[in-house]
Design a protein around this ligand. Structure first.
Ligand SMILES: [Zn+2]
Length: 405
């Protein structure tokens, strides 16, 4: 008997082979549908080089064009048909249902709707599909968010964690009682709110305590037009299997056991304009398959640990900068920090943690030993030195990880 997965895979394989110039070339040796694991992977470099060779439809069928970061100096173009927008709406609707939203909710979307991003559009479509009232407050005015909380009494918000913290600061300054506001759910995008062990990190705990709300992490990839959202159990984001197949692979392209981190590699189902087969996202996370406390049996994706190319090799141990950052954010008496990675040799990187604040080197060494089982070099520097590293001339974003490898 053919399983639901096999049917979806067969359809996706044939469609890509017959309609995409890139896959026609790549899959020409297969007259029958091969096992998914037998096919080559693609990655963002390939997508950037052959961007429009992935397009399966004539341009008159395209109704939406978004962009995401590319590898050739220009953003990657990503196109969607009406069918793809329907799939995207359904995906986000399922994701918001995971977070327990219903048509009774009024939801603030504090995410960019423009600048060619897919995210804001996807959230607005998904909430509409679900029947929620959508308020597109956007990501730039904490005052507007607070005003809308007062006037509309919304029950949930979708935002980047750092913006939720900025709103909380503004509320504290202006005497606004955010903790007792009607907003009882925050759906967090773009930044982690949990540690590898799935407990809340410092940022997640600050949001819970300032907003008095439950928080749900959601992770999405533009090229997959798909997202994974946590349920009330907070044990990873649920995969919507009818739309996406996920593999977690190691550096050599072999599957890693469930619960162990590796690169997220995904195949889309039901995509019309730009379907992808075995796409290496470059993001690393673990997949969990045991049934979830919420009653769903779908696999769940744990917190994204970082980009695969940011992974550090320290004395034989693989560590993501995000793990070091999380430890430093928890540390007492650390006012600011920067993590600098250099290449030592083929097998090992050297990592130096520059710290400003009263924390002693021995206390920090203890913290790293307990949390990471390895200790980087630690050095105290001035606030000005840290700022120069975090924000070099021409930088557009503040960074705490400086990769000199
Ligand atoms: Zn669940």
């Amino acid at each position: 008997m053919t399983s639901a997965f096999e049917l979806r895979w067969e359809t996706a394989f044939r469609y890509a082979r017959d309609h995409s110039p890139y896959y026609r070339e790549s899959f020409c040796a297969f007259s029958k549908t091969p096992k998914i694991e037998d096919l080559p992977t693609t990655d963002k470099c390939l997508l950037s080089e052959r961007n429009l060779d992935f397009l399966c439809v004539p341009t008159e069928k395209v109704v939406e064009i978004v962009t995401t970061s590319g590898t050739m100096g220009k953003p990657l173009l990503w196109m969607l048909t009406e069918t793809d927008l329907r799939r995207l709406s359904l995906n986000e609707c399922l994701s918001f249902q995971c977070a327990g939203l219903t048509p009774k909710d009024t939801v603030l979307v504090a995410v960019a709707m423009d600048r060619c991003f897919i995210a804001g559009l996807a959230y607005a479509l998904g909430l509409r599909e679900l029947g929620c009232a959508v308020v597109r407050v956007g990501p730039s005015s904490p005052a507007l968010v607070l005003e809308m909380i007062e006037r509309l009494r919304p029950t949930a918000i979708v935002a980047v964690p750092s913006f939720l913290r900025v709103i909380a600061e503004k509320a504290a300054e202006s005497g606004f009682d955010l903790k007792n506001s009607p907003v009882k759910k925050a759906i967090c995008i773009g930044e982690p709110i949990r540690e590898t062990a799935l407990t809340l990190n410092a940022s997640g705990r600050a949001i819970v305590s300032n907003w008095g709300a439950s928080i749900y992490s959601t992770y999405g990839v533009t090229e997959l037009a798909n997202s994974f959202c946590e349920c009330k159990s907070g044990r990873g984001g649920h995969l919507h299997e009818e739309q996406l197949h996920v593999e977690i692979l190691d550096d050599a392209g072999r599957p890693v056991p469930d619960g162990e981190p590796g690169e997220i590699v995904a195949t889309t189902f039901g995509v019309e304009a730009m379907p992808l087969v075995r796409y290496r996202t470059g993001d690393c996370a673990a997949l969990f398959r045991e049934p979830c406390g919420c009653g769903r049996n779908t696999p769940r994706l744990g917190p994204v640990l970082g980009r695969k190319n940011q992974k550090l090799k320290l004395k034989g141990v693989s560590v993501f900068p995000s793990t070091l950052q999380a430890a430093l954010e928890e540390a007492e008496n650390v006012e600011s920090f920067a993590i600098v990675a250099r290449s030592e040799n083929e097998l090992s990187d050297s990592v130096e943690v520059l710290v400003h604040g009263a924390a002693s080197v021995s206390a920090l060494r203890e913290l790293f030993q307990a949390r990471l089982r390895i200790i980087p070099n630690i050095r105290h520097v001035t606030q000005a030195e840290i700022e120069a590293l975090q924000m070099p001339p021409q930088a557009r974003k503040r960074r705490t990880f400086v990769d000199l490898r």
